[in-house]
Write a protein that binds this ligand. Structure first.
Ligand code: GLY
Length: 369
């Protein structure tokens, strides 16, 4: 397609300043486009909320285009965060710590799909105790996924993405609410915001769980409640050595002693509250899996909304309008999928190149024919 700079306005208007919007903006900017990001309230974006697990294997994504996309994105992460660090001069929060997935009932088969790039190793007994001391005596064994990883999204990655985007000249406008995508029935004319209309040459909708309010696509919020603890000074640092991915709970240790616990999965719309039942479930499951956490001080509680489609797969690429591209619906995997999404969407918007995976994530796969 190729991009022509339109006098005084950005080539590309991205609706959404979360992890997907910023990642796509940066990728397009690095290719030479001028880009504006409109962000209503970035702290509500799922990228600021999640625990930052990079976990295609621990999430047990079955062999599928989504798994291909997820493994590709995981393999991009190290280089992508190094690039952010080179631009900003600060830590982007990537930690290739691996993920351990303990279970309470020993499965009949401990073989999982794996490749040399994605080993899945079953551990039990003394081997498991040595790998991760302190797990509950109820734990029957665990899979060790050494290539899964994590990124400290809340304190590092999102800040890093925002400053890299600004550093390279992306116009990120925070506090601008898009009210409507205005079309003439054939193409997008502009986006109506609370500060007036903004027009560009091409538009990208990356507004996460809120996309369904702007376009007729089936993206809905799936709420997650979360909390964090802190390792007390009396405990040797990092008693939890890597991410623990249990049943109904994950325990994500940061290198400085913060521990993130997540997350509930609730189909309750945009319900803005923490609930006793939600927090009780997280704390009970966390203490069951790693009893030593019970005396660790609680640091913070929060919640947010995953952008979810009926088949729980993202929507990437074309839309009903030729000058509008979609990048949303990443459900549980937005942080993981950001670098691959940025490449695929930038290829599509900037060069008209359709990645072989893009067809699996079409917007119109839900229409009845
Ligand atoms: N990525 C894990 C979650 O969405 O809870």
């Amino acid at each position: 397609m190729g991009i022509t700079v339109m006098g005084g306005r950005s080539d590309i208007i991205i609706v959404g300043g979360g992890i997907i919007g910023l990642s796509v903006a940066l990728e397009l900017k690095m290719r030479g486009a001028s880009v504006t990001v409109l962000s209503r309230h970035s702290q509500q974006a799922a990228g600021y909320v999640g625990a930052g697990m990079l976990a295609p294997q621990a999430e047990r994504i079955p062999p599928s285009p989504l798994r291909d996309l997820a493994l590709r994105s995981r393999s991009l992460y190290e280089g992508w965060t190094q690039k952010l660090e080179a631009i900003t001069g600060s830590d982007a929060g990537y930690w290739p710590c691996g993920i351990l997935a303990p279970v309470y009932d020993r499965p009949e088969s401990v073989e999982l799909p794996q490749t040399p790039d994605s080993p899945a190793i079953w551990l039990e007994g003394a081997e498991l105790d040595e790998h991760q001391p302190g797990l509950s005596s109820e734990v029957a064994g665990a899979w060790w996924f050494p290539k899964d990883a994590q990124v400290d999204n809340r304190r590092h990655l999102m800040r890093s993405l925002l400053s890299a985007a600004r550093e390279l000249g992306v116009d990120v406008q925070e506090g601008v609410a898009v009210k409507d995508i205005v079309t003439d029935g054939k193409a997008v004319q502009n986006v109506a915001t609370d500060g007036g209309a903004i027009a560009g040459y091409h538009y990208i909708l990356a507004a996460g769980a809120w996309c369904g309010q702007l376009l007729s696509i089936p993206v809905r919020p799936i709420k997650g409640q979360m909390l964090s603890l802190r390792v007390p000074d009396s405990v040797p640092k990092l008693p939890v050595r890597q991410v623990l991915f249990g049943s109904g709970i994950y325990i994500v240790p940061r290198r400085d002693g913060l521990i993130v616990l997540g997350a509930t999965v609730e189909d309750v719309g945009f319900d803005n509250s923490l609930t006793p039942a939600g927090i009780d479930t997280l704390l009970s499951e966390a203490m069951r899996l790693y009893p030593g956490l019970r005396d660790f001080p609680i640091q913070e509680f929060w919640w947010g909304f995953r952008p979810t489609t009926p088949d729980e797969l993202p929507i990437l690429g074309p839309s009903p309008f030729p000058n509008l591209t979609l990048a949303t619906g990443h459900h549980r995997n937005g942080i993981l999928l950001a670098p691959a999404t940025a490449e695929i969407v930038a290829d599509w918007v900037y060069s008209g190149r359709a990645d072989p995976l893009i067809g699996h994530f079409r917007w119109n796969r839900f229409s009845k024919s």
